[in-house]
Design a protein around this ligand. Structure first.
Ligand SMILES: [Ca+2]
Ligand SMILES: [Ca+2]
Ligand SMILES: [Ca+2]
Length: 397
């Protein structure tokens, strides 16, 4: 059962002009997370982070979306935060009516960011862009046809290429089809593949598979899907994970020689969603699954897998926590046993989209938090140690 009574956290908010600084005060029992820093900033317009990735300097690179004075226009937002939670730079770019960044990673000599933008006569198109180490735009390219096409995630191949996944309506077998595009280091398309049937298939997450080739996690006709391809994008196999209702997979990571997938499930006779976690072997055969949630909406977003086999699942919850929506972390053993759960948030809407871990003990969370004074969402980035037992004398390793 969910032990949220053990979690005590609140926010101290300080309004400084129209920038907002939030300090998270969390008191954690042994074995529970400790927040090291959090960063938030806002304006009169909604802002959110949808992706976080660790960088060589011990900080993070984040990407998301920021509103503008024109209610029809949003911009892609990319922020570099240093090891101590200090903002180093932040850039926002508009390439269409609704420009959104969905994924960002450090690449050789800079950063690659992907997302989508609404363009004249093109519906939504995906974009890929490369920034240098100081956040200056080096190149960008659009991908897609006359209907909607979006990219939600990308992976770096061992050869230094970029592998993007999302969906395309412009080509394929009808409706939305899973879309996998490989770009070279300069952003030129190497190949593009679609996977699907007449129904709706979407890729939300991609990773390099153990051995060789790639794995895409997403949704197919109301099931969580794992699609395995070779390095040329030819489909090797796909598996559906059904929980008796409507399921989708939001994230896949390589884990213990296989795959850990996180998403959500909604039973056909209920409106509420639950967190849905599936651990599968290298062949996609299911090792175990976990369904978690209360009487309101809860959904899994992302996950990290530690070298010792422990897993941390990032979820959003309306069932537990301090009110409205909160961020929830679920720590699991390699066998899927529930070690602890932890919620983070205040009485307003707080939610997260992505989690990353560094090579040591830290996890980083990307999301948004409601600012009551500004009546808009602020970006929210958090660094935490997932297990306070690892923090000796309060000193971060
Ligand atoms: Ca398009
Ligand atoms: Ca389709
Ligand atoms: Ca809340």
């Amino acid at each position: 059962m969910f032990d949220h009574a053990a979690v005590r956290c609140f926010h101290l908010k300080t309004v400084l002009l129209w920038a907002l600084s939030v300090t998270v005060m969390a008191s954690s029992a042994v074995g529970e997370p400790v927040v090291q820093w959090d960063y938030t900033v806002g304006s009169a317009y909604d802002q959110s982070y949808s992706s976080v990735s660790c960088t060589d300097d011990g900080g993070v690179i984040l990407a998301g979306t920021a509103g503008t004075p024109d209610p029809d226009v949003t911009s892609a937002l990319i922020s570099k935060i240093g090891p101590q939670g200090n903002l180093q730079w932040s850039v926002s770019t508009v390439w269409g009516l609704s420009t959104r960044a969905e994924a960002v990673r450090q690449v050789h000599g800079g950063y690659l960011v992907c997302g989508s933008a609404e363009r004249p006569e093109q519906g939504l198109d995906a974009f890929a862009a490369r920034l240098d180490i100081l956040g200056r735009m080096e190149w960008h390219s659009f991908l897609g046809g006359s209907l909607d096409d979006e990219v939600f995630d990308f992976a770096m191949t061992p050869e230094g290429e970029y592998l993007l996944t999302g969906y395309t309506e412009s080509i394929g077998a009808g409706g939305k089809d899973i879309w996998l595009v490989k770009l070279d280091e300069a952003g030129r398309e190497i190949w593009s593949k679609t996977y699907g049937a007449a129904e709706s298939e979407v890729g939300y997450s991609v990773t390099v598979a153990p051995g060789s080739g790639y794995a895409v996690c997403g949704s197919s006709a109301g099931n969580m899907l794992l699609l395995r391809t070779d390095t040329e994008g030819s489909g090797l196999w796909s598996k559906l994970y059904d929980n008796g209702g409507s399921e989708a997979g939001n994230s896949v990571v390589g884990c213990d020689g296989g795959f850990l997938m996180v998403g959500s499930t909604r039973r056909p006779d209920e409106f509420q969603m639950d967190v849905f976690v599936v651990k599968a072997g290298a062949d996609g055969e299911e090792d175990w699954r976990l369904v978690k949630g209360g009487g309101d909406n809860d959904g899994g977003r992302d996950c990290v897998c530690f070298p010792d086999g422990r897993l941390v699942v990032l979820a959003n919850t309306m069932s537990y926590g301090n009110g409205s929506n909160d961020i929830m972390l679920i720590s699991l053993s390699a066998e899927g046993e529930d070690l602890w759960e932890w919620t983070l948030g205040d009485e307003y809407w707080n939610s997260a989209s992505a989690i990353a871990r560094d090579g040591r003990m830290s996890i980083f969370i990307a999301g948004k938090t409601w600012s009551e004074p500004e009546q808009s969402f602020d970006v929210w980035a958090i660094r935490a140690i997932p297990d306070s037992a690892a923090v000796e004398g309060g000193v971060v390793p």
